[in-house]
Structure formats: structure tokens, C-alpha cells
Design a protein around this ligand. Structure first.
Ligand code: SF4
Length: 417
């Protein structure tokens, strides 16, 4: 990295820190200091002519692209609070207040039901949203009524500027954002979580389909279960409770681990969410692998009596149960057998800037292209409104899981779940 580039990074860092909300300055300073001590020292050293080891050519060369991306992505978001004409309601009266943003198509695992062993073909980096584009869209959606953003992937923790993105989203709270959540496979989480927590991450879901190391290796093609379990401990220690564990139940694969997961939910403040296996491109779905939630609940109630239904939010996709005296709970997400589309409040933004108004719909609109062609915020929102106007009542208008399986859609890993 050249000294000029280093200096530009330092200038952006200084401006970021001076514009950040006061409650986040310390966290951002710590974050950048940890991520790139050289850049941090340089930013405090007064510019390109400052001396010392941190500004030597070898120090400059050691600086990563990551540090500059980090400083850039944490840049101040312009909080334009002007009222917007279009709304995020659809023709069924559903108000869309929840935006899921896929930060990357990459993943650190290779789950057999999600992608082939050699991965999926990735979009050219120039066609992915830049951090600035992503934050512009996030701010626009929040101004239009979104109050919850979930970061997904691929695997969001493989993105180098993740903590900076969380920090920048945290700056949207004055516009109405109430919650920043993330779904992760947990592999890199225990190392990153303190920074993410400091940057403003409120809620966490971990995907975990097995508690057995050998099966984890078989399912994900990586021997990473100990790291994920360390992440569970780290999340609980930092107060992410109840911690949601997402478990996709597949017949003949992990259905017999339901009791082990239930034991975890009884012993710790964890909500284990049993999710029905859903069809996506390249995931080898068949209805013989689908374990209906009703079947699972009946079997679990018989083996572990005393389950009681808990009250949950109207938009919650899960039905949640617990036992008297249990620390946590178990939930059932019956996307296939008992769809919950009537209360759907979800929008999805893919890493390449496409908006999906339904998880199962193949149709998308590219907000990236519109932005790069110069669309104003009002024009972008009008595109979103039109797409919502075409949203179907249920499952993108597809009648059965087989129709969903036959419909061309993205692989799960590039939608973000
Ligand atoms: S299937 Fe589509 S409409 Fe139904 S809950 Fe999921 S995203 Fe919403």
C-alpha cells in the first residue's frame, strides 16, 4: 500500500470518528485499533509526513485493504429524514418492516444441502453492492418504515468490514431502526463478537444442525463444531439471550438429535428453532426428507412431557414451547406444512443489490442497477413499492413444495435465508 493510500485511509478514519454518534466513538476506535494498529497510529500521527515505525514503507506495506474498507464503510450515513411518498405495504395489507440484507455470497462452510463441495459460482465483485450503496439502501428502507435489519450471507462473518457495517447501521437508529440482528454459522464468531457487540449488534441467530462432531463434518464438509460451540458460550456470556439456534431437521440425517437439542434448550437460555427443510436450487430437496413440525412436536411432547406454548410476537414465524423450570425453549418453523405468509413482513436484499419480496419467488428487481443509473431515493422506493404490489399472498403464488422445488430461484446461500 502506498503512503498516499495510507494517508487517504487515515483521513477517512479521522472523519469517521468525528462524525460517529458519541456512544459509538470508543467502540469504533477500539475496532480500528485492533483491526489495523498501523492505520490507527498513522491517523493519530498527523498525516503523510509523520515519522515513526507506523509510517515507514514496510509498515505501510503491511497495511491491509481491510483497514481502509473498514474505515470507509464506517463512514457517516447522511440522515435524510424527509418524508417519503411510497409505502412498504402490499395489497394484502401486510406492512414490511423487516429487511434481511445478504452481505456476501461467500460461506466458510459447504453444507451438503446448501451447496456443492466446490462452492457456487460467485458474482463478480464489481456487481456486488459497495458498502456505500448498501448503507444508502438501508437508510432508505429505514426511512420508509423498516425497523429491523438482519444481516445474513452466505456467511456474514467472512465479510472483512462487518463490524463497520454494523456500526454504520447503528447510526440509523434516529431514523427509526430498532433492531440489528445477524444470522451466522458461528465458525468465526467467538473472535468477532466483542467488536460486533460494541458496534451495536442486538440479536443473534446461530445455524446449527447437529451436536455431533462427525456428523457436523459430514454435513458441512468442515470440522468446525468446537468453534461453533465456543461461539454459543461467547454469545451467552455477552448477554445474547435467549440465543436462537436454527436447526434444519432432515429425515434420516439429524431428526434423532431432536432430544439432544431439547436438552440443550432445557439447560441453557437458548431457543432451539426446528425448521422444516425447504426446497432451493441445488439443495437436493425431496419431501421424503421433510419432517413436518406437527410430527416433531407430537413426538417430542410424548418423550418429554410438559411442553407449554409460549406467547410470541404476531410476526414471529415460529411457534414456541417450553417446560416448567426450563432455561430456554424450543420453536417450530413450519414453512412448508403450515405457512405463515399471512403475517409476512419480510423483504430481502441480496449481496448484488436485488430485492426479493418473497423467499420463494424467482422475480427480483435490481436496486443496484437503478442506483448506478442515477435513480433518486424516491425512484428507488417507487420500484420497491411496485414490486410489493405484485407480491403474492403466499409462497410466491406457488401451490405446493414441489412447485417451489421446480421453480428457478437462487441457491439459498445467495438469498440469505
Ligand atoms: S414464503 Fe414468501 S410470503 Fe411467505 S413468509 Fe416467506 S417470504 Fe413471506
Amino acid at each position: 500500500m502506498t503512503r498516499r493510500r495510507l494517508w487517504r485511509g487515515a483521513v477517512r478514519l479521522r472523519s469517521t470518528l468525528s462524525a460517529a454518534p458519541p456512544t459509538r466513538v470508543a467502540a469504533l476506535r477500539q475496532l480500528v485499533a485492533e483491526e489495523s494498529p498501523n492505520l490507527f497510529a498513522f491517523a493519530g500521527g498527523g498525516g503523510p509526513s509523520a515519522g515513526g515505525a507506523a509510517t515507514s514503507s514496510s509498515g505501510a506495506a503491511a497495511l491491509s485493504e481491510r483497514a481502509v474498507a473498514l474505515a470507509a464503510a464506517a463512514g457517516p450515513v447522511e440522515l435524510d429524514a424527509a418524508p417519503l411518498a411510497a409505502s412498504l405495504d402490499d395489497r394484502y395489507g401486510r406492512r414490511h418492516t423487516y429487511l434481511r440484507i445478504s452481505l456476501t455470497e461467500r460461506c466458510s462452510l459447504r453444507c451438503t444441502y446448501c451447496m456443492p463441495a466446490d462452492g457456487v459460482s460467485l458474482t463478480d465483485a464489481r456487481r456486488l453492492l459497495s458498502a456505500e450503496e448498501l448503507l444508502r439502501l438501508a437508510a432508505l428502507f429505514v426511512r420508509a418504515g423498516v425497523d429491523k435489519i438482519r444481516l445474513t450471507g452466505g456467511e456474514p462473518t467472512v465479510r472483512p468490514d462487518l463490524a463497520a457495517v454494523v456500526g454504520a447501521l447503528d447510526g440509523l437508529r434516529p431514523l427509526g431502526l430498532r433492531q440489528i440482528a445477524m444470522t451466522t454459522n458461528g465458525v468465526a464468531l467467538s473472535r468477532l463478537l466483542p467488536s460486533l457487540h460494541a458496534a451495536g449488534l442486538d440479536k443473534l441467530n446461530l445455524s446449527l444442525d447437529t451436536l455431533q462432531r462427525g456428523r457436523f463434518l459430514e454435513l458441512t464438509r468442515r470440522d468446525a463444531l468446537p468453534k461453533v460451540l465456543r461461539a454459543v458460550d461467547a454469545a451467552l456470556a455477552l448477554g445474547y439471550t435467549p440465543l436462537k439456534l436454527n436447526c434444519v431437521v432432515m429425515r434420516g440425517v439429524n431428526e434423532h438429535e431432536v432430544d439432544a437439542f431439547a436438552a440443550l434448550a432445557r439447560a441453557r437460555p437458548i431457543d432451539v428453532r426446528f425448521i422444516e427443510f425447504m426446497p432451493f436450487d441445488d439443495n437436493d430437496w425431496s419431501d421424503s426428507k421433510l419432517v413436518p413440525s406437527a410430527e416433531l412436536l407430537a413426538a417430542l411432547s410424548q418423550r418429554q412431557p410438559g411442553l407449554r406454548r409460549l406467547r410470541t410476537d404476531a410476526h414471529d414465524v415460529a411457534r414456541t414451547y417450553s417446560w416448567p423450570g426450563a432455561e430456554g425453549s424450543v420453536s417450530f418453523i413450519s414453512s412448508m406444512t403450515e405457512p405463515f405468509c399471512g403475517g409476512c413482513n419480510r423483504l430481502r436484499l441480496t449481496a448484488d443489490g436485488s430485492l426479493k419480496v418473497c423467499l420463494f419467488g424467482g422475480s427480483e428487481i435490481s436496486l443496484r442497477d437503478a442506483m448506478r443509473e442515477g435513480a433518486s431515493d424516491a425512484q428507488l422506493l417507487s420500484l420497491v413499492s411496485s414490486a410489493l404490489g405484485r407480491k403474492h399472498a403466499r409462497h410466491a403464488g406457488l401451490a405446493s413444495p414441489h412447485d417451489i422445488a421446480r421453480t428457478k430461484n437462487r441457491p439459498m446461500t445467495t438469498i440469505g435465508g
